[in-house]
Write a protein that binds this ligand. Structure first.
Ligand code: ES4
Ligand code: ZN
Length: 321
């Protein structure tokens, strides 16, 4: 009998791992006034009607990150939780623009994250990749400037992503940013088809030349696109608990994960913003196993798909398999 591959996290926003306890503690340490009375009060706000209602809270809470140590502490706490959940490889995204645009120096935000990732393998047994995500609801020229600055300063990161409010911000706006990334050998992913239409998934493939899609749920509305995703084996990094909490699906029992598997789409299960959506990657897998009656063979496919979609070389892929 073959053993199951280990857990691989491919869709995780580092700022989405800030637990209420961390946020309140960092606010006190840095002398930042937050409108929440307590950890319990903050946690009671974790009720969302859509993507924007979540993003409003997520962007408010990152204001507690001020010093290099705050950024590294965020990553250490994530790595500790990931290790406890059995994660062996994690590709994490950082919304760097959020921090630079509020006056945090690039070296502080990027450097703090880098400090922690540099010891991840030795301390936690987790190999990592760093993805810098650009915000689609901010100017593409700002993203291009930041990307060029990262490249000229020799910042060590592995790929780029595209996230934040999706509706009305088509991937086409970021064609130049992705072209710069491609010319510099950076890996490419983008959120598409979470709240935006199937057309945005097509644009991400055709204009941004992404190697995988974050979410991609709304691809199912377009049969020809589904056939293409299957034919081209495009990985989709799906986040079931996120989809429930942001009302992309009504209830977990109606999540289209099994339908996606049955179509032959290269789906895998991840966590998105685990502190906000009620579960890390292990808990997302348990949730779908229970609610969707995932078979052992389907679970193995989900785990193998994640290993296959990882931005790693053949040796590491073989180890993870
Ligand atoms: C995000 Cl769930 C989600 N969607 C789009 N952008 C994001 N940034 C953080 N979480
Ligand atoms: Zn996401």
């Amino acid at each position: 009998m073959s053993t199951l591959p280990p857990l691989v996290e491919l869709h995780l926003h580092l700022e989405g791992t800030l637990e209420p306890e961390f946020i309140m503690r960092a606010a006190r340490k840095n002398g930042i006034d937050l409108p929440w009375a307590s950890v319990e009060d903050l946690r009671s706000r974790y009720e969302f009607s859509d993507l924007q209602s979540f993003l409003d809270l997520y962007y408010a809470n990152v204001s507690v990150l001020r010093e290099r140590e705050d950024f590294s502490q965020m990553v250490y706490e994530y790595l500790r939780r990931a290790q406890a959940g059995g994660v062996r490889h994690a590709e994490v995204s950082l919304d760097l623009q959020v921090h630079t645009s509020r006056g945090v120096p690039l070296e502080v935000a990027f450097g703090g994250v880098r400090d922690a990732l540099d010891v991840a393998e030795e301390r936690y047994g987790i190999t990592t990749r760093l993805i810098i995500s650009f915000l689609r609801d901010r100017p593409p020229a700002e993203a291009a400037d930041l990307l060029r600055r990262l490249i000229v300063t020799g910042a060590r990161f592995d790929g780029i992503g595209l996230d934040s409010a999706e509706a009305d911000y088509p991937p086409a706006l970021f064609t130049e940013v992705y072209e710069i990334a491609r010319q510099h050998g950076l890996r490419r992913t983008a959120h598409a088809g979470e709240e935006g239409p199937a057309e945005y998934v097509r644009q991400a493939l055709d204009l941004l030349h992404v190697e995988r899609i974050d979410h991609g749920n709304r691809s199912l509305e377009d049969d020809a696109l589904v056939q293409r995703l299957v034919r081209e084996r495009v990985p989709l990094a799906v986040c079931p608990l996120s989809n429930v909490r942001l009302r992309v699906v009504d209830v977990i029992e109606e999540h289209p994960l099994v339908r996606m598997l049955e179509h032959g789409m290269q789906v895998s299960v991840h966590s998105d913003d685990p502190a906000y959506f009620g579960g890390y990657v292990d808990e997302n897998l348990v949730a779908v196993r229970d609610a969707l009656a995932i078979t052992p063979a389907q679970e193995e496919t989900l785990l193998r798909n994640a290993v296959d979609a990882a931005f790693v070389d053949a040796d590491r892929r073989a180890e993870l398999h």
